[in-house]
Design a protein around this ligand. Structure first.
Ligand code: ADP
Ligand code: ADP
Ligand code: ZN
Length: 220
């Protein structure tokens, strides 16, 4: 039973590490960015409402996110735990999450901060691409598929790049992170659940650091 929050600026490696932890722990990755992009791709009323805000790199309103996650954590696959990737992103969201969990007599075990310097993030984000079929994440320089143009995980040959992975939207997202999300660090530190890993390290090294943090869950 492990309930984790991954906290870090856009491009820190949350999605990359959340997928690895999800498969090693056997719990789902709850990526609010992926959930919102699925709504946009489906052209749903919610998707239509949030598309412009996401493309600009601004945060979608707290009400929408709280509603989205509130329904998601009640799904049966979350009974064994979950890894939150991209939520909460503001103090009102963190407080709402605390209330939701308290109502269900649950709690967050660890909040893992992935610390990465701002200047590394733009390069990470502008080089990011994803397998269109299975969602595996790649990078032009740091995480190329073993065979060019072929997904390691599923053999797919189509890849996508996000509409908001351009330098201007990244700058807006970084500003939103510093203004609205960074205040969550002292919030969770005060609750004694915050751990920090060096997100500047190589991908496998970051995975090892995160596994060490997770291994402390449940320890006295
Ligand atoms: P990244 O992986 O680059 O950090 P995400 O995929 O998590 O980005 O989020 C993409 C966009 O989706 C955000 O810029 C924002 O518009 C919206 N979004 C995702 N999660 C939240 C959230 N918890 N609160 C508000 N907006 C969110
Ligand atoms: P986030 O979900 O925090 O926005 P991602 O996991 O999507 O970040 O990572 C952003 C990009 O950087 C991806 O293209 C990914 O392959 C690459 N990346 C992730 N972790 C590292 C790392 N430790 N070193 C170098 N590149 C990384
Ligand atoms: Zn794939």
């Amino acid at each position: 039973m492990t309930r984790l929050i991954l906290l870090g600026p856009p491009g820190a490696g949350k999605g990359t590490q959340a997928k690895r932890l999800a498969s090693s722990l056997g719990v789902p990755q709850l990526s609010t960015g992926d959930m919102l992009r699925a709504e946009v791709a489906a052209g749903s009323p919610l998707g239509k409402k949030v598309k412009a805000v996401m493309d600009a790199g601004k945060l979608v309103s707290d009400d929408i996110l709280i509603d989205l996650i509130g329904h998601r954590i009640d799904q049966p696959d979350c009974r064994k735990g979950f890894i939150l990737d991209g939520f909460p992103r503001s103090l009102p969201q963190a407080e709402a999450l605390d209330r939701m969990l308290a109502d269900r007599k649950l709690k967050i075990d660890r909040v893992i901060e992935m610390a990465v310097q701002d200047d590394a993030l733009v390069e990470r984000i502008t080089g990011r691409f994803t397998c269109a079929k299975c969602g595996a994440g790649y990078h032009d320089k740091f995480q190329r598929p073993k065979r060019d143009g072929v997904c390691d995980q599923c053999g797919g040959a189509q890849f996508t790049r996000r509409a908001d992975d351009n330098e201007q939207a990244v700058r807006t997202r970084l500003a939103a992170y510093h203004a609205q999300t960074a205040p969550l660090l002292p919030y969770y530190r005060g609750r004694g659940v915050l751990a920090t890993v060096d997100g500047m390290a190589a991908i496998d090294d970051v995975t090892r650091q995160m596994s060490r943090v997770v291994a402390t869950v449940g320890a006295a």
